[in-house]
Design a protein around this ligand. Structure first.
Ligand SMILES: Nc1ncnc2c1ncn2[C@@H]1O[C@H](COP(=O)(O)OP(=O)(O)OP(=O)(O)O)[C@@H](O)[C@H]1O
Ligand SMILES: [Mg+2]
Length: 379
C-alpha cells in the first residue's frame, strides 16, 4: 500500500494544462486518504467549479494513482477554490513564471508518450516513428525524441540528414523537421566516431536532460519518445524530468510473456508512469493470397494488456513494408498509408488520441480571462 507521501509524489505528474504547473505545486491537492481496502480518495480544489479541464485532471489523477502498487480504486473529489485560495494560487503561478521554474523546454500542454517494452528488438523505434507520423497526419503538432542515446535509429528511419544547431541568441538547439515532425537524436549531433567517444563519457541521463532542457521544442500536442531497450536509468530520469510522461508498451504476439508483464509493471510503478495501453507488433503475416500466418504465435498483446489492466491499442502485422520504410527513411505510414501495417498504425494513433486527448488549450484564454476577472485584475 502506498503512503500518503508517495501518492502526493505521483500526483506531481498531473498537470493543470492551463496554469502550466503540477497540481501538487499549485496546492490544488486538498486531501489524500488511503483506505484499508486500497481505495485512494484524492480531493482536488479546482480554480472554478465549471473548470473545463476538470475531466482531464480527474482522469489524469486516477491514472497516476491507479498505477501505484496496492491501489485497488481511486476516487477523485473535486471542489471549487475560495476566492482567497484562488488569489494565493495565482500569485504562486506568477512567482513561478518569474522564477522560470520549468526544468524542461517541453510545454506542460504537451502530452508525452514513452514507447517502451520489456525486451529489445520488438519494434519500439518502428512504432515510434509510425505513431508520430499517424498523429501528424491527424493534424497534430508532433515531436519525436530518440532517447536511445547510443542505439539511435530515428534519423535513419526518417531519412534525416541535417545536423542540429543551437540558436545563437537563445542557446537552444533547434530540432530537425522531417515528414512534418520535430526530431532530436544523438545521431543528428555526432558526426564522427571520435566525437561519439567523447559523448559517450556523458551519463545517459545527462544526455536526456539536455534533450529535454536545451531543445526549443515549441508548442507540441504530442511528444513521442523512443525509449532504449531495458527498463532502467532512462525511464527513471524521464519520469523525474517530465512527470507528465505516460507509457505505451510494445510487445510481440508470443504468449507466456508473463516475465515481461512483471518487468513492465515494475518499471511503471517505480517511475510513476502510467501505462496507457499495449501495442502488439509483428502480429500475423498476411501473404499475397490473403492467408494469415502467425509466425510469432498469437495472443501475447491481449494477454499483456489483460495483465496490466490496460487496453490493447492495436495489432501491427508483420510486413516487409515496415522494414523497407525504415531503411529508406520513409515510414510506411507516410509512404504507403493504404498498407495494412500503416492502417494499423493510423488506428493506433486514433486510439491514442481517445485515450490521451490533447490538452484542450482553446479553452485557456476564456478561463484565465474569467479568473483574472474574478480577481478584479485588468487584462
Ligand atoms: N511490423 C513489422 N513488420 C516487419 N518488420 C518489423 C516490424 N516492426 C519492426 N520490424 C523490424 O524489426 C526490427 C527491429 O525493430 P525496431 O528497431 O523498431 O525495434 P526496437 O524495439 O526499437 O529495437 P531496440 O530494442 O534495438 O531499440 C527492425 O529491422 C524493423 O524493421
Ligand atoms: Mg529502438
Amino acid at each position: 500500500m502506498p503512503t500518503k507521501a508517495q501518492v502526493i509524489d505521483a500526483l506531481k505528474g498531473v498537470v493543470d494544462p492551463e496554469l502550466g504547473g503540477n497540481i501538487v505545486d499549485l496546492d490544488m491537492v486538498s486531501s489524500v486518504e488511503i483506505g484499508e481496502d486500497g481505495t485512494v480518495t484524492v480531493g482536488i480544489a479546482l480554480t472554478i467549479a465549471e473548470c473545463p479541464m476538470r475531466g482531464q485532471i480527474e482522469n489524469d489523477t486516477a491514472r497516476k494513482v491507479r498505477a501505484m502498487p496496492g491501489v485497488t480504486d481511486v476516487v477523485v473529489k473535486t471542489t471549487a477554490m475560495t476566492k482567497k485560495q484562488r488569489a494565493e494560487l495565482m500569485s504562486g503561478v506568477r512567482r513561478r513564471a518569474r522564477e522560470n521554474a520549468q526544468p524542461t523546454q517541453v510545454s506542460p500542454l504537451t502530452r508525452v508518450v514513452a514507447v517502451s517494452s520489456g525486451k529489445g528488438g520488438v519494434g519500439k523505434s518502428s512504432v515510434s516513428v509510425n505513431l508520430a507520423i499517424a498523429l501528424q497526419r491527424q493534424g497534430f503538432r508532433v515531436g519525436l525524441l530518440d532517447a536511445d542515446i547510443w542505439g539511435f535509429s530515428i534519423p535513419r528511419m526518417l531519412g534525416a540528414q541535417e545536423r542540429l544547431e543551437a540558436d545563437d541568441e537563445t542557446r537552444l538547439i533547434e530540432p530537425a523537421t522531417v515528414h512534418g515532425i520535430k526530431i532530436v537524436s544523438t545521431g543528428l549531433i555526432i558526426d564522427s566516431e571520435e566525437t561519439a567517444l567523447m559523448w559517450r563519457g556523458l551519463m545517459l541521463s545527462k544526455a536526456l536532460e539536455q534533450f529535454l532542457g536545451q531543445v526549443a521544442w515549441g508548442e507540441l500536442d504530442y511528444l513521442v519518445i523512443d525509449m532504449p531497450p531495458g527498463t532502467g536509468d532512462i525511464q527513471m530520469a524521464l519520469s523525474r524530468l517530465l512527470p507528465q510522461a505516460e507509457m505505451i508498451v510494445v510487445t510481440t504476439p508470443q504468449k507466456a510473456a508473463q516475465k515481461v508483464a512483471v518487468r513492465v509493471a515494475d518499471m511503471a510503478r517505480r517511475s510513476h508512469m502510467p501505462v496507457i495501453g499495449v501495442i502488439e507488433n509483428m502480429s500475423g503475416f498476411v501473404c499475397d493470397h490473403g492467408d494469415t500466418y502467425e509466425l510469432f504465435g498469437s495472443g501475447g498483446g491481449a494477454e499483456l494488456a489483460y495483465d496490466l489492466n490496460v487496453p490493447l491499442m492495436g495489432n501491427v502485422p508483420l510486413d516487409a513494408a515496415v522494414v523497407d520504410g525504415g531503411d529508406e527513411g520513409i515510414p510506411v505510414t507516410a509512404g504507403d498509408p493504404g498498407n495494412r501495417a500503416a492502417e494499423a498504425f493510423t488506428g493506433i494513433g486514433e486510439r491514442l488520441v481517445e485515450l490521451l486527448p490533447p490538452a484542450a488549450d482553446e479553452t485557456c484564454t476564456g478561463r484565465i480571462a474569467k479568473l483574472l476577472d474574478d480577481l478584479e485584475i485588468p487584462v
